[in-house]
Design a protein. Structure first.
Length: 434
């Protein structure tokens, strides 16, 4: 399995550092509002990669953090006039529900910042003791000039005039390369105790502390959206390697961003799409398919034309597979197309080849025992319930009795669930795209 490693800027073979186990960390959400499509795209992509690694026989130990202490949470809680931890708790539970609705496999651990303050504080202590961090009247900062390999991931070159300046905010642009906050001394009510006074941890320190706690160091794979390369992942490397004097992560994978009509999705532009809003119109399995049509490192432009084309392709593929179920499946064809994914998880090329084989009838699918198993692994779908199967039999009887109006009501109710019934001479095809 070859991936493009953002750290080395080339494709490399992924070899587990410990036996057959791949330890994988993916940066999780800051929980102060509903999940949006950008969140969904990132977690679907890494779920695909995790599932494929497992399909190849690896064991994957996945950790996704929950940022439940953050300035954005405080700001939102003040607007809503509710305690910040109550707000964070609410949207943490919503996040878990969203992952379930997207059929994303459960992680080994979802560590929360609020539950790992001891580890975060201990890491800051080590950095101070080793001379990489210093205390000021408003917090504790990491001195980037002391870490000689700073910029290795992002390509950032530290200019002398920028060293020694500090930035308290957690997100900033490349031209604002500065010493970053490890601990923020604050005066508001949402405070936590530390050796440097009450306050809150900075954003970057949490991922170092929690990934090392649950995955050890170095671990195999670190994932996240491409906009996390700088400053977040760059700062993680600096503080982790400065503290422990060894490599932090072996492989970095970064996924492309989501755009809406050519513009990066953001609340300020008014093109922000909540996940649950989308799932009221389309099934979760279709969203997984839409994401799969794009290479994980490529951006996705979410617009009506792309969505319409993807829906037609999605329905057509499901229909063709259902119609081919009765024929014999040739194992070698599956192996040939699966190998495509072993080259940097090239999902668009995989899909194009699969579609070509099916269209040319070069593949036949005896009960889909092999292909079905693989596609189900990547695109989990809901099986029909016994009650739904009984309704289909009832509809067939109604059609035989020429009670077509009643039969159509059953068909229409199924379509609301994204289950389509096609009537042939002797049977009814069930195209379940949910």
């Amino acid at each position: 399995m070859n991936f493009y490693n953002s750290l080395t800027k080339r494709k490399e073979s992924l070899r587990p550092l410990k036996n057959n186990l791949i330890r994988m960390y993916v940066c999780g959400p800051t929980v102060y509002g509903p999940s949006h499509l950008g969140h969904a795209v990132t977690y679907i992509r890494f779920d695909f990669i995790r599932r494929f690694l497992e399909f190849l026989g690896y064991k994957v130990k996945l950790v996704i953090n929950i940022t439940d202490i953050h300035d954005d949470i405080l700001k939102k809680s003040q607007e809503l006039k509710i305690p910040p931890q109550k707000l964070a708790d609410k949207y943490t539970q919503e996040f878990y529900k969203d992952l379930e609705s997207l059929r994303i496999k459960k992680a080994f651990k979802y560590p929360r910042v609020s539950e790992n303050l001891k580890e975060i504080i201990n890491l800051i202590k080590i950095l101070i003791q080793k001379g990489y961090a210093y205390e000021t009247n408003d917090g504790v900062y990491f001195d980037i000039s002391k870490f000689k390999n700073y910029g290795r991931l992002s390509g950032i070159i530290i200019e002398k005039e920028l060293t020694g300046t500090r930035v308290k905010t957690d997100k900033y642009e490349k031209e604002e390369v500065s010493d970053f906050a490890l601990w923020k001394k604050e005066n508001d009510k949402w405070l936590f105790s530390s050796p440097w006074g009450k306050g809150r941890p900075g954003w970057h320190i949490e991922c170092s502390a929690m990934s090392i706690k649950y995955l050890d160091m170095p671990f195999d794979l670190h994932g996240g959206a491409i906009d996390l390369i700088f400053p977040h992942h760059e700062n993680e490397i600096a503080q982790s390697e400065a503290a422990y004097g060894k490599k932090f992560v072996n492989f970095y994978l970064h996924s492309g961003l989501l755009y809406v009509n050519g513009q990066k999705m953001s609340k300020s532009l008014g093109n922000y799409i909540e996940l649950r809003e989308f799932l009221q119109k389309y099934p979760a399995r279709f969203l997984r398919f839409f994401v799969f049509l794009h290479h994980y490192r490529s951006p996705i432009d979410f617009n009506e034309k792309n969505l319409k084309n993807a829906w037609e392709t999605y329905f057509n593929l499901n229909e063709r597979i259902v119609k081919l179920k009765a024929k014999e499946f040739k194992e070698k064809n599956l192996r040939n197309i699966v190998k495509i994914l072993e080259d940097d998880f090239n999902s668009p090329k995989f899909f194009a080849k699969l579609y070509e084989i099916i269209e040319k009838n070069e593949i036949s699918l005896s009960n889909l025992k092999n292909l079905d198993k693989f596609l189900l692994f990547l695109f989990p779908w809901r099986k029909l319930t016994p009650k739904e199967k009984a309704l289909i039999r009832q509809r067939n009887r109604l059609r035989q009795e020429k009670k077509f109006a009643q039969a159509d009501i059953i068909r229409q109710n199924f379509e609301k669930k994204f289950i389509y019934l096609q009537d042939l001479k002797n049977k009814t095809l069930v195209i379940n795209i949910n």
